[in-house]
Design a protein around this ligand. Sequence first.
Ligand code: 26V
Length: 812
Amino acid sequence: MLVDKKTFKNDFKKKLMTLYAEDIDNSSKLHQYLALGSLIKEYSAQKWMNTNNQYAKESRKQVYYFSMEFLIGRLLGSNILNLDIYDICEEGLSELGINLEELQEVENDAGLGNGGLGRLAACFLDSMASLGIPGHGCGIRYDYGLFEQKIVDGYQVEIPDNWLRDGNVWEVRREDKAIVVKFGGEVIQTEKDGKLSFEHINYESVLAVPYDTPIIGYKNNTVNTMRLWRAETIDKDFDLESFSKGQYSKAVEHKYSIESISQVLYPDDTRIDGKILRLKQQYFFVSAGLKSIIRSYKKTGRPIEEIHNYIQVHINDTHPSIAVAEFMRILIDEENLPWDEAWKMTTEVMAYTNHTILAEALEKWSIELFKKLLPRVFMIIDEINERFCKEVFEKYNDLEKVHKMAIIADGSINMAYLAIVGSHSVNGVAKLHTEILKSRELHNFYEFYPEKFNNKTNGITHRRWLMKSNPRLCELITDTIGTKWIEAPEKLIDLIVYSEDENFKNKLHEIKQNNKIRFAEMVKAKYGISIDPNSIFDVQVKRLHAYKRQLLNVFNILNLYYKLKDDPNLDIVPRTFFFGAKAAPGYYLAKRTIKLINTVANLVNNDTTINGKIKVLFLENYSVSLAEKIIPCADVSEQISTTTKEASGTGNMKFMMNGAITIATLDGANVEIHEKVGDKNIVIFGMKKDEVMNYEKNKNYNAAYYYNNDPRIKRIVDSLIDGSLGVPKSEFEDIYKYLLANNDEFFVLKDFDDYVEAQNRINLLYKNQSKWLEMSAVNIAYSGDFSSDNTIKNYAKEIWHVNPVNIKLKKN
Ligand code: 26V
């Protein structure tokens, strides 16, 4: 055992004293949290050091997961859980009069990500450490994470997320490991003994300072590292030249312009705007990350020519795809390797995951902008492109094809193509998504490199999303099937035999009810709204995006509302609809949708004639920590994206694991959830992939048809502009136009009827509690296959070719 209760209590009191010269009675919750965090970090320090030493000593192959986003959330609870001292801490603190759960609430979420992609990276880190796989995160230490959302008068207002205001107990600043990253300047080409060499001059240097956070494995001795880079000026605070000339404001400006690189996470995950600052961010962390990896590899004394046998660099979406060119640059310019050898090594090191097929989000950079910022890297991409185009031409003898597949074409650089050409593996994130990539979006590349393409269905860490977020359900599971599922989540399947056991189902019901009651109390305290814990908790929490179709959900609510107005005695189970969603600050339609949800909430919640049968709640500031609270309460999980548009989804898996019933289109990983649980245990509706693709191909969808022929739709859509929602008529005019004049890009009106019908099925199913609980149990039983442990095992075996390392705990 890491520590016993008595020692823990003493250690904690001592920490509080040494850090703040305070005892428990005189310390704030913040100080208690910080003292506890710092103690927990101390408890993991020995393991962290051992892990690093053992990896180096045994020359283990390491994986570096490069990602612009790590949506970590809070670490206190999960670190304590993974160190296997949860009970000791909870009891010990309680004996000191401190509530561990309350202390966890003090921690600011590390919200360094937009949504699914960043959260996936965080789950992967947890799984790699817990499986003993030598895998580390590499990213940016943003001063500000994803904005905090306030709802003012129904509108979203964005507030900077100053997550570091109270300090960050988990990180270690390692100034001694800083790296210089070079921007701008010119390249001079010289020839010596028939060999070309390139000198980069007049560049601007930026200092990248790493901040390391321990990633603690579950009940093992592995502690991996998440290394995030912060941009600083080399001369510390000022541009000394300007300073000494008395140009003080210029001196400070320089500092700010450099620090701006790691200042804030881009909050728009819907479209690329080609801003130079984002390209700077990308090159900044990629260059710093690769240089530091190569530096530590060289310390082992092995030749650079073998590095590809010892490292893997994973490119999380195209954002870090510049790694392909930067790695080449380092091997060629700094390590003097010939092109062909460097290229072979690069492609063996790099692997790329695609996370979206939405054209707006596929990254392209203008050649002009790129060249100016990164002249030498551009030359390398140009050469990669030349050679690749030649290969394509040799194979097909088809210039049009070459043009279509070129990395550089029509004035811009296609980063996805660079990533594909420069990697040995290209994967999608769910079966359907990978199929679409192969057959459509990346079809040409699939034909050219069939061996590179593979699927890795996403997953979620069951430690955070079940053990930590739903402890009572865990207890029930363990009481029922023992503890094996904790190390091997696929063993949750043993629950299947209990899905018809009334005693088990009653307990399952009681746990869900308790979670709901607690949440209702929180809602009452925070929003002053009473919600009925006996109502169906119907939850849609995710980024706000037209393709995710929060609008469809709202339309069903309005339909129900109008039905209740017409017939207040309508026989439905009371339902509470929860929404949580942040809209990109520049995404106009998404912001209007938030206002619409709040307007409908206002209307419905204050209408006493419907007897409180439905309520609508918009949960402000949806975040990892809020997700951990709402997901265990959900009865119904809304996964209603337009088929083909959601690459995978991971919220769907979290809800399933907590026993919610999914109402879903056959999109992303919903398809695989459906495959596992079968028709009877999920409610599927909506257009299938071929239907959507046909409409898109033939351009023959006609939204107006549904408006004109379905009186329910007409009434709902008209209410957007006729004042019946109690707001000025202009408020939702643009949503109205989007649906009719712009022909409803994501088929909300087309799928409406089927969705309403599916919601009716949910209503009926819920009435049969015994059946409902059986479905819930079946979902939990099959959810183990969606643990990210499973996903990571597949990445390790099939992409990275890396093995777990058994870290020995020896005291130095
Ligand atoms: C895209 C962009 C584009 C412009 C600039 C900023 C920015 C930031 C993030 C993104 C990522 C969009 C892709 C994404 O988040 N995909 C989601 O990945 C999840 C994990 O694989 C998956 O479950 C979701 O279905 C997918 O939408």
